[in-house]
Design a protein around this ligand. Structure first.
Ligand code: SF4
Ligand code: SF4
Length: 100
């Protein structure tokens, strides 16, 4: 099946802020902010784990070249292509997408 490469979509619930896509993107158009918190599932244990929680995830579509490397390297299938080809604006600021 051919997957159309329109615009990228992030599922914030799946993203662990691992930074793999940020490091692998050849045009450096992905950036994110996150913070660390105690994993609630391990909070009662003697050595609770910390997890990264996503605050803001950004893709600058003015620089994205639709190579799909970010989709392929994401270990959690958080990024996917959508069959939509309309960008939301005409200025650089408007074509940078944010997910929280
Ligand atoms: S498709 Fe390629 S250029 Fe676009 S955000 Fe993903 S890795 Fe970067
Ligand atoms: S590779 Fe996937 S899980 Fe990691 S920061 Fe990117 S979108 Fe999130």
């Amino acid at each position: 099946m051919t997957i159309p490469r329109g615009i990228l979509e992030l599922d914030p619930a799946k993203c662990t802020a691992c930074m793999l896509c940020v490091r692998e993107c050849p045009t450096w158009c992905i950036s994110l902010d996150s913070h660390q918190a105690v994993d609630p599932e391990t909070a009662a244990l003697a050595r609770p784990r910390t997890i990264n929680l996503l605050d803001d995830f950004r893709i600058d579509f003015a620089r994205c070249m639709n190579c799909s490397i970010c989709v392929e390297v994401c270990p959690f299938d958080a990024l996917s292509w959508q069959a939509e080809f309309d960008y939301p604006g005409t200025s650089r600021a408007e074509v940078e997408h944010h997910w929280h």
